[in-house]
Design a protein around this ligand. Structure first.
Ligand SMILES: Cc1ncc(COP(=O)(O)O)c(C=O)c1O
Length: 439
């Protein structure tokens, strides 16, 4: 624990950017659910069985078998984490001048698409951009937006539709299987692939089980498989759903694309049977995949997020509705209505929460959205959010109570807040390393 006086110093030293705080100075860490979950006793036992052979590690084959069994994809390329897989698929499938529709952007995914010469186009339903909308499947793709884009640009300019389960930047919002089936039918009609960002597919499957008609009696594992079977390829950051500290993969059904990826992975990640992962980490991942689709686990995991969300809602704190699966997202525009977006309301709020209690959160608003690649101006997303991301199997209900209490204090003190100005802006993914000063 730290004192308010300590934290005043630490946040200035970190340039009001919670990514630049030292973890020892953080009390409850809600920066991300990425690689921060607790591994089980079985996973740790798996770590002891690492086969660190350079080529053909036994652990690779265990991991490959788990991916094929639970997700159903044919060919697997390990990568050090999700963005490694995004890099490979973007490099292989995107040509300069192409367009990549997606259900809202994700920071690293969009950047890899742009670096390959493509342009990302948001085709998510309008409800996703409205924090007040209680539509249950805000991750859904708007079929009209997608078909209009295909007609306008031509199917040959669209190498794939990028479809995420769940949608992180929208507040952890799920897609429905009905929508995915429609997207599949439309993409089949035009001969376009679906690449699935399956980072939180088990959480998405749980929401389908809870809220989509006809899925009450299906297991999370069955629903996960149904989702994957409707797509052609997948990028995975295993650091979330799959309960490991590091790792990811690219999964493919087309042999030609696989062959190219298997060759390219050697250049950027490592040989195709480790791709930047240690053998022991591949073993932990194989076990984590099995645990991630366990219904009791996923109910407890999403249930804890819901507990925090409902507590904040009851206290009148403006949050994104419905409550998402991996975190609760605070609506910073409503929290600080006196701040225009260029005063970085979410960045400010994240710093204020840290100052109050040592709870670390993350900005998901104008800073994360970056700049328009043509005009150079800030992108101004409708959603200006602070993400309170809950690691899996780490914190207790009492921690959730402390977090809620702190946010209530910060809300009570909201009127005097003046915002921030950015004094250093890195070229890529600026939210990670940007520096701010108090206005
Ligand atoms: C939806 C989504 N896609 C992709 C990624 C990128 O994965 P990684 O951080 O493992 O590179 C993340 C993680 O931050 C994510 O949340």
């Amino acid at each position: 624990m730290t004192s308010r006086e300590d934290r005043e110093r630490y946040i200035v030293e970190a340039g009001y950017n919670t990514f630049l705080l030292k973890s020892k100075d953080v009390y409850i860490d809600l920066l991300t659910d990425s690689g921060t979950s607790a591994m089980s006793d079985r996973q740790w036992a798996g770590i002891m069985m690492g086969d660190e052979a350079y080529a053909g590690s036994e652990n690779f084959y265990h991991m490959e078998a788990a991916i094929q069994k639970y997700y159903g994809y044919k060919h697997i390329i390990p990568t050090h984490q999700g963005r490694g897989a995004e890099h490979l698929i973007s490099k292989i499938l995107i040509k300069p001048g192409d367009f990549i529709p997606g259900n809202m952007y994700f920071t690293t995914t969009r950047l890899h698409q742009e670096l390959a010469g493509g342009t990302f186009v948001d085709v998510i339903v309008d409800e996703a951009h409205d924090p007040e909308s209680t539509f249950q499947f805000k991750g859904n793709i708007d079929l009209n937006k997608l078909e209009n884009l295909i007609k306008e640009k031509g199917a040959d300019k669209i190498p794939y539709v990028c479809m995420a389960t769940t949608v992180n930047l929208a507040g952890g919002q799920p897609i429905s299987l009905a929508n995915l089936r429609d997207v599949r039918a439309l993409t089949h009609k035009y001969g376009i692939r679906i690449v699935h960002d399956m980072t939180r597919v088990a959480e998405n499957a749980f929401m389908i089980q809870q809220f989509e008609e006809g899925y009450k009696n299906k297991s999370t594992a069955e629903i996960v498989r149904e989702i994957c079977d409707l797509t052609d390829a997948a990028t995975m950051s295993s650091k979330k759903d799959a309960l490991v500290s590091i790792g990811g993969f690219l999964a493919l059904n087309e042999y030609d694309v696989y062959e190219e990826a298997r060759n390219l992975v050697v250049v950027y990640e490592g040989l195709h049977t480790y791709g930047g992962m240690a053998g022991r980490d591949m073993e932990a991942l194989a076990i984590g995949i099995t645990e991630s689709v366990n219904d009791d686990h996923i109910r407890a995991r999403v249930g804890q997020v819901m507990y925090l969300g409902r507590k904040l809602e009851a206290a009148g704190i403006p949050i994104v509705k419905p409550i998402g699966t991996h975190g609760v997202f605070l609506d910073a525009k409503k929290f600080y209505p006196q701040l225009t977006q260029d005063k970085f309301p979410a960045q400010t709020l994240s710093a204020e929460i840290y100052l109050d209690s040592g709870v670390r959160s993350m900005e998901r608003g104008i800073v994360s959205a970056g700049r328009n690649k043509i005009t150079g101006d800030h992108n101004y997303p409708n959603l200006e959010l602070v993400r309170l991301t809950i690691p899996r199997r780490v914190y207790t209900q009492a921690h959730m109570d402390v977090i809620a209490e702190s946010i209530e204090y910060v809300y009570a003190d909201r009127e005097d807040i003046k915002g921030l100005k950015m004094t250093y802006e890195p070229k890529y993914l600026r939210f990670f390393q940007a520096i701010f000063e108090k206005l």
